[in-house]
Design a protein around this ligand. Structure first.
Ligand code: G1P
Length: 296
């Protein structure tokens, strides 16, 4: 029996992307390309691969390019067909495969990640759902971590979030968890703090932008008061789930790039460039030469 009844994914994409200004002045940060694909498309492909069929984007002003990207572009398709560029045409057409739909809801004010997720509640319609933060680029080499997390959700009937160890100096950038048990069986989250100082942090395990959530989280999000940074934090609602339904941590073994930072974005670009089917070899040769001549 296919247990995966989780069909909806929420993509909070309303943030201003100030760290990438001026590139993000008129363009959403989620549309920044890693080689030839925007960040948001990597996240969408990951979700679809995990069985998601309804994509819910929580947007704001100036996020129109995201809607256009996932919409049909008749003019472009006609031109590509006319020029016989069938391969590119198929690639452009198949960005959103048949059977998958997109819904856009607005977050009227930038009140935080928790508030963004709450904005999607009427579309999620009180079903379990996943949340993906597109600036966290997660590789799918040996498995799709999101699929594994959905399996865990189904096993425990409780929310799951992805985490990994970060450097001590980095804990204040993340939601940090304390866990009980080990990751090989079931690691239960015992506590979680949003953007703690090094001394407050229960560990160095950070939440990294992938969540499989019980709809119960909406009940808490409705009443959560602003927390870290004066924002309505998803973390603060997740903490409320711990005694109520339980909360599980999934340790990400696959590589992940923090594309919300310029350095992480550059690393992702280089690593994806090297693996690119068309230009990977040439790029690798160029890099080797560059490192040997300019950086030695
Ligand atoms: C958000 C979450 C935080 C999480 C992080 C992962 O923070 O609030 O718990 O660790 O994403 O990228 P943000 O980066 O939006 O400030």
């Amino acid at each position: 029996m296919n247990q995966n009844k989780i069909k909806k994914a929420v993509f909070p994409v309303a943030g201003m992307g100030t760290r990438f200004l001026p590139a993000t002045k008129a363009n959403p940060k989620e549309m920044l390309p890693v080689v030839d694909k925007p960040l948001i498309q990597y996240a969408v492909e990951e979700a679809i691969d995990a069985g998601i069929t309804e994509l819910i984007f929580v947007t704001s002003m100036s996020k129109r390019p995201i809607e256009d990207h996932f919409d049909k572009n008749y003019e472009l398709e006609a031109k590509l067909a006319e020029r016989g560029k069938d391969e590119v045409l198929a690639m452009v057409r198949d960005i959103i495969p048949k059977g998958v739909s997109c819904v856009y809801v607005r977050q009227p004010e930038a009140l935080g990640l928790g508030h963004a997720v709450l904005c999607a509640s009427s579309v999620v319609n009180y079903e379990p759902f996943v949340v993906l933060l597109a600036d966290e680029l997660v590789e799918r080499v040996s498995c799709n971590p999101l699929s594994e997390m959905i399996k865990l959700y189904n096993k425990h009937n409780a929310s799951v979030l992805a985490c990994l160890d970060v450097a001590k100096e980095e804990v204040s950038k993340y939601g940090i968890l304390g866990v009980e048990g080990d990751f090989l069986s079931s690691a239960k989250v015992s506590t979680m703090i949003e953007k703690p100082s090094m001394s407050q942090a229960p560990s160095t395990l950070a939440a990294v932008g992938r969540y499989v959530l019980s709809p119960k989280v909406f009940d808490w999000l409705k009443d959560i008061k602003p927390g870290a940074g004066g924002e309505i934090q998803l973390t603060d609602a997740l903490v409320k789930l711990i005694p109520e339904e339980g909360l599980y941590a999934y340790k990400l073994e696959e590589k992940r790039h923090d594309c919300g930072s310029k350095l992480g974005y550059l690393k992702a670009t280089v690593e994806h460039g090297i693996k690119h089917p068309e230009l990977g070899e040439r790029f690798k040769n160029y890099l080797k030469k560059y490192v040997n001549t300019e950086l030695s």
